[in-house]
Design a protein around this ligand. Structure first.
Ligand code: OGA
Ligand code: NI
Length: 334
């Protein structure tokens, strides 16, 4: 109890060091303005018949083209896997401060309490943990071991998301005309980044994650029952509604390149709210470091010349560091 009252976010007003400059703040306009246009796609339908599958593929491509974001439902991942994973992260974040002080030599995971995390001189309104997830069995050994269920629960979640990511990438490749199995090899690296955004006394001043693009192929996010993920749509920031048991999926920079700009990687950010804590879990599905990322040949012709040069994924990451890449999505070098 006592510990709780000493948490960094237990304040009456937002400290100066957490206040973003006016041009970056969410401001006074309704922060949680839900965009109902961002599609919610039923994946089960794609299993029914080949015409339903073509319809699902069409919806995925359209959403990727128009918004760079969509949600998926009936994805086959059991509800309890999702809810238990959120619960486990909530427990983790409740005890994280003690974990950090008690486990000096952490290997394979990075916890950042808000006090330690500063972007352009301003603290983010979140606590965060990141770690690699592939190959799963090997990575798991170095994940947190508290709460006691962490490795088992998060391991099951990651295995399920891996399958889901391949399903989604396979449907997208079929739509683009890329050969089946293309992404099985290319998307071997997954990184998990879980966030807890505590309630904030003035959400108009703070950000959980400032605006960014994901340098992934795709990112798969659970946001539980609390919305706060904002996407740029027609020049305005709008929220993605919290749909029960849905996953939010977004197109990352690498899939934008592979699709020669047909699928868009769109800027997004995480805002806070004053009522309740929000927990989100992002799984970044990335190419392997030496993977060559380039517009797929099948899409190119005289009227559709390549808009991007080929690049090794690791060179993309290194080059982007100079421009402030979203570091949640990339593996820290050893
Ligand atoms: C991210 C991200 C959004 C969220 O982790 O890259 O955009 O809602 N997260 O936490
Ligand atoms: Ni992101």
């Amino acid at each position: 109890m006592e510990r709780h009252s000493s948490k960094w976010y237990n304040v009456q007003s937002v400290p100066q060091s957490y206040t973003f400059p006016p041009e970056e703040r969410p401001g006074e306009t309704p922060i949680i303005q839900i965009c109902h246009k961002i599609p919610v796609i039923d994946l089960e339908k794609s299993l029914v018949s080949s015409s339903e599958k073509m319809e699902t593929i069409k919806q995925l491509l359209q959403a990727g083209q128009e918004f760079g974001f969509f949600q998926v439902i009936n994805h086959g991942i059991p509800e309890d896997v999702m809810s238990q994973t959120i619960l486990t992260f909530n427990e983790f974040f409740d005890m994280a401060d003690e974990q950090i002080t008690n486990v000096p030599a952490r290997k394979g995971w990075i916890y950042t309490g808000s006090e330690q995390e500063v972007k352009d001189g301003v603290h983010l309104w979140r606590d965060n943990i990141k770690h690699p997830c592939h190959p799963l069995e090997k990575c798991m050994q170095s994940w947190p071991d508290k709460p006691a269920s962490y490795r088992e629960v998060v391991g099951r979640y990651v295995a399920e998301i891996r399958k889901l990511s391949l399903t989604i990438l396979e449907l997208i490749s079929e739509g683009l005309g890329i050969e089946s199995g293309y992404f099985d090899e290319q998307s071997q690296v997954q990184l998990l980044s879980a966030n807890r955004y505590p309630p904030c006394p003035d959400p108009s001043l703070t950000l959980g994650i400032p605006k960014h693009f994901d340098p992934s192929l795709i990112t798969i996010i659970t946001q539980g029952n609390v919305s706060g993920l904002q996407v740029m749509v027609d020049g305005k920031w709008v929220c993605i509604g919290a749909v029960p048991n849905a996953f939010v999926v977004n197109i990352g920079n690498q899939l934008e390149i592979i699709s020669n700009g047909m699928l868009r990687s769109v800027e997004h950010r995480a805002v806070t709210n004053s009522r309740e804590a929000r927990t989100s879990i992002a799984l970044f599905v990335n190419p392997t470091p030496n993977c060559i990322v380039e517009p797929t040949k099948v899409l190119l012709n005289e009227s559709n010349p390549p808009l991007y040069k080929f690049i090794l994924y690791k060179d993309f990451i290194n080059a982007s560091k100079a421009f402030g890449i979203h570091t949640d999505a990339i593996q820290k070098e050893a």
